[in-house]
Structures are given as structure tokens and as C-alpha cells.
Write a protein that binds this ligand. Sequence first.
Ligand code: MRU
Length: 358
Amino acid sequence: MPAPSVVPHHSALPLVVTWTADGRAVRILDQRALPEHEAYLDIAELRDACDAIRTLAVRGAPAIGVFAAMVLATIAEQGRGDAYAQRDQIRAAAAQLRATRPTAVNLAWAIDRTLAVLLRVDAHDVLGTTQALRAEADAIRAEDAAMCRAIGEHGASLLGAGTSVLTHCNAGALATAGIGTALAPMYVAHERGVRVHVFANETRPLRQGARLTAWELARAGVSATVLPDGAAAGLLASGRVALVLVGADRIAVNGDTANKVGTYGVALAARAHGVPFYVAAPASTFDGVTPHGAGIPIEERDARELAPLPQGVAVWNPAFDITPASLITGFITDRGILHSPFADGANGVRPPPPRLGV
Ligand code: MRU
């Protein structure tokens, strides 16, 4: 997709990943401080960039991919002087960034796309390499924003006045370079004067739903209710939710979907109570290589995120879980809505095309 020069953004929503004014660093909204503080970090060092991803200062599958591409462009700029040293630094930085979080395929996708630029540029052209990486990072960022907008336009067709939607974690503007994925349809509907309501699961243990989703929905004027994760099944049983809409960190070839831990339970409850369950994701989230969910690596996080705990207690703290394709009503992508059953070849989301239903 060619990079659009101007991508309309929602004026009330933050841009979470931008360049600093001098272009020498990447500015991120530090999501660890939300909702209390709206603080920004300027990142120019690789170590700080890796820390920012690991500690979720910047988070959400598309946003960390965009951020990594911009960091690599920054590293290229710093490496100017010796062509071989520059390329070594870019490749070493790419390896470290890739290792920060394993589940979101968008991170590896953006890094691979950036490294592919090196194959197209004259290996002795230091300035050309720097400019090409910068242009690629800008393209990745603009394309992400455009894909979010397209997801919003397609997804808004599912929403009518008064529709109530349940979401899990944060798949909004804070997780992307645009208006989000799972929240984008609500923003587009709201822009069109269609008033919807969002139930936002709190999202244990780091509370992305309560801290982040509720924050950005409030900024945009979309009405929202936060509930503890454990209340989601009861809410679905009550008939107060028309559909579930979540994001994704990776979608396997057969449609099995990795998303924030707890998503699978929501999908099971939605199926039990006959509530449609949609996954919203851009092309960069579709993994055309991993055949099914069992092949998706699941990040395990530090036990301290569940603190306080009795001393010596064992902890299992997976950051994500897998929702089987059989529980998913449809995928809202930037290219349209794919409805179940996911027939082989019915999507063509991105090359290599995922073969949903295999
Ligand atoms: O651990 P996080 O906060 O990065 O997890 C984020 C999610 O699970 C999102 O739903 C997913 O990345 C999609 S964001 C558009």
C-alpha cells in the first residue's frame, strides 16, 4: 500500500509515536503514567527503546512495530560515517528490538520490512541508507494510520444507534499510529453522530482497559463503562451487549488469534450466550506463515506484575492467550470484513495471503 501523505486523525486522540522536532529521537506517550499523567519520552538510545517496549511505555501490536521502525531509522542516522559500521549497528539493533516481545507479529513484520530496505540501497551509501530507513519508517507509520481508519470505516457498518460493544484490553489509538483497531469503528460511528456504548474489561494485571481504553474513549466523548474481567461473562449473559470487538497481536493462517490474556474466556462466554465476537486487525497482524494458534509464542511476564503475593508462591503470568478461529464471528480488516466460515482463499489480507479455514 503506498503511504498516504495525509491521514486524517481524530482530533481528540493522542498521537502516541512521533518524531521529535529535530527528528533525532522518537517521542512516545509514556503509557505507564496514564491515566494520571500525560507524559512524553524522547528516545534516541537502543537500550531505552527496548526498555520502553518491555515495560509497556509503548505497547499494542501495531504501535510497537511502528516504534521499532522509527528507532531503527534513528540508529541509522547515528551510525553515519562508516557504511559497514552503520549496517552492523542497524542489524544488531534489529535483533535486540525483535527480542523484546515475542507475540505481536507486527513487531517482527516492521523490523523485517526495515531490514529489507538494506537490500535495496547501495551498501556504500550511508546517507542514502539513512534516508531510506527514515522514509520506510514514515511509510509504516502512515500506512498503519490509514489501515486503522479503514478498519473503522468497515467496522462502523456493524454499529447502529445505541449499540453496546464489549472490548478487552486496549486496541485503540494508544495501541497504534492511528485511531486504533477494535476501537476505530466506535470512533468512526461517533464522528457520524451514531452514539454507541463501550463496555471495557479492566484487563488484569496491567489494567489496560481501565487505565487506557477508558481514558481515550473519554477524550473522544464515547460513552464507556469499565468492569472487572470476571464480570464479562455475566454481562454477556445479561443480553446488554450486541457484539464483542477486540484487537489482535497475531492471527495464524487458520484464523486462531492471539490477544491479551482473558480474550479467550470472553470469546467462550460470547459463544455460550450467542453474542457475535469480532477481531479487528490490520494486514500487519496476519501471520501468513504460522499455520495455527499452537505455533504462536506466548510472552510470559514477570511475577511481580501480580504482586503483592505471599512469599515463594508460584506464578504463571502469560500476557496473551489464543482464541480459536471457531469462536470468531469475523475479522474486521482494513480491506473489509471476513465472516466465518473462513473459506480458503476468501481473504487475501496480505502477501503471503493467510489461508483462513485451513
Ligand atoms: O500487552 P499489550 O498491552 O501490548 O497488549 C495489547 C493487546 O493485547 C492488544 O489487544 C493488541 O496488541 C492489539 S492493539 C491494536
